[in-house]
Design a protein around this ligand. Structure first.
Ligand code: SF4
Ligand code: SF4
Length: 435
């Protein structure tokens, strides 16, 4: 990576703390990603993006800002990227998947709060994230109580706008949500000084849909046995989707899919045929949270799909492209962004149905429920997940963890025992561990 010290200094980063953060990444990345055998060649682009994670993309954002552009940070898939693009802004996802700045975060938050919230607060207060420091506005939401209150705290340190997200999907909720979408559009126009027009919004919808279509194509290819790409690599791509340039990213995912199609045609996989296939469901895995996928895939299994916001909830639904009037397009955006089956909704039965369908479509032998510690919505909903999978006769492993590595050994033991159980039940061949 080139020397970006001047840029980081100008952004006000704590250079010493930031250097420590960057030092931690390469060895982890080597173990989790580069050591994998038989990776698709087109993963090179995504490796490059990670190698430049705080460099090139941040520099692009600074160039955009110096020409008058505005960068908007978000924390949830409910916040429509289309609106930000249509207002002339750039969208970056700020959810963080690393234990950092904990002491500073705990000075303003309770200790027992979900690691995702603690992490983004720690990143901001410790001034170690150039993306946070590049944002002209942060858009929060009221999806869970922890986030809702944390955004009030964050408002003391950065400009924050909070959307009210409904908790049900009835007609009254829809009316509220449409109003929230319109209010966000007005706030974005105020920020960028650019009116959202019907043409601009239609174009933004097409661009973001193209990104989702590319990710759907990738997901489809993972149905093959052997899968042409690992779950870890797929997760990395979903994570990068939140901050890379939309059109460049879409082109790169499609180039990768061309290669994967060829692999599937030739029967080339990233693991041997018959490797136990798992679906992961639960809380999002923000970059660089790769702990559980790494343990699963170095214990003899492969992840073939993710019912996560860093997974199917991000790309499965497209925004409708019909309608020429701005009001119609705005409704399309609102409709699409009330779709993700987040555990903040009640009831959330469609998530359970989709999960069972996913298990069948991806020919998975079992499901891993991944819940971040202190995440009440997902932790409580695990009861429903378990009940529904039991009814469908699908084995489930429940994991609750955080961003630390202290439980890595214990998690490996539990995952290996789960794979043995699948083998004993005749669902898969006996699993052997590999690195
Ligand atoms: S899990 Fe819920 S709150 Fe979190 S990003 Fe997804 S939709 Fe948003
Ligand atoms: S992981 Fe759970 S507790 Fe944490 S921000 Fe998301 S919904 Fe809220």
């Amino acid at each position: 990576m080139a020397d970006y010290t001047k840029m980081w200094e100008e952004l006000g980063l704590d250079l010493e703390a930031h250097a420590k953060l960057l030092e931690a990444l390469p060895p982890t990345y080597y173990d989790v990603y580069l050591k994998q055998e038989n990776r698709p060649q087109n993963m090179e682009y995504f490796d490059f993006v990670v190698s430049e994670i705080h460099g090139l993309r941040v520099q692009e954002l600074q160039e955009f800002r110096s020409s008058g552009g505005k960068v908007v940070g978000t924390f949830c898939v409910f916040v429509p990227e289309e609106l930000i693009l249509a207002a002339g802004g750039v969208y970056v996802g700020l959810c963080a998947g690393l234990e950092a700045g904990t002491a500073k975060a705990e000075a303003v938050l309770p200790r027992n709060i979900c690691p995702l919230i603690k992490s983004f607060m720690g990143f901001k207060l410790s001034r170690i994230c150039p993306y946070f420091e590049s944002c002209d506005l942060l858009v929060g939401e009221t999806t869970c109580d922890g986030k809702k209150k944390a955004f009030e705290v964050l408002g003391d340190f950065a400009p924050v706008y909070t959307m009210e997200t409904p908790q049900k999907k009835g007609p009254g909720d829809w009316a509220l949500w449409l109003e929230e979408i319109r209010a966000l559009a007005a706030r974005l126009e105020e920020l960028t000084g650019q009116k959202i027009t019907a043409d601009g919004l239609a174009e933004a919808i097409r661009k973001v849909n193209a990104k989702r279509r590319a990710l759907r194509r990738l997901a489809e290819l993972r149905k093959a046995d052997p899968p042409p790409i690992s779950g870890r690599d797929a997760l990395l791509i979903y994570q990068i989707a939140f901050y890379d340039d939309v059109e460049r990213f879409t082109a790169q995912v499609n180039a990768l899919c061309d290669e994967l199609e060829e692999r599937v045609r030739q029967g080339v996989g990233v693991v041997p045929p018959g490797t136990p296939r798992l679906v992961v469901t639960g809380t999002p895995m923000a970059i660089p949270n790769w702990k559980v996928p790494y343990i699963i895939e170095t214990s003899g299994a492969v992840i073939v799909a993710e019912e996560l916001c860093t997974g199917s909830r991000y790309y499965e639904m497209l925004t409708a492209e019909n309608g020429a009037a701005l009001g119609d397009l705005m409704s399309n955006v609102a409709l699409r962004h009330l779709e993700p089956d987040c555990a903040c909704f009640t009831p959330n039965s469609r998530r359970l149905e989709k999960l069972v369908t996913m298990v069948h479509e991806y020919r998975a032998a079992g499901v891993v429920s991944y819940v971040l510690a202190f995440c009440d919505p997902y932790a409580v909903e695990t009861y429903q997940v378990e009940k529904s999978l039991k009814r469908a006769n699908v084995p489930l492993l429940k994991i609750e963890t955080d961003y630390g590595q202290q439980d890595a050994g214990q998690l490996r033991t539990r995952i290996q025992a789960f794979l043995e159980l699948l083998a004993n039940n005749g669902r898969v061949a006996a699993a052997g561990s590999k690195s």
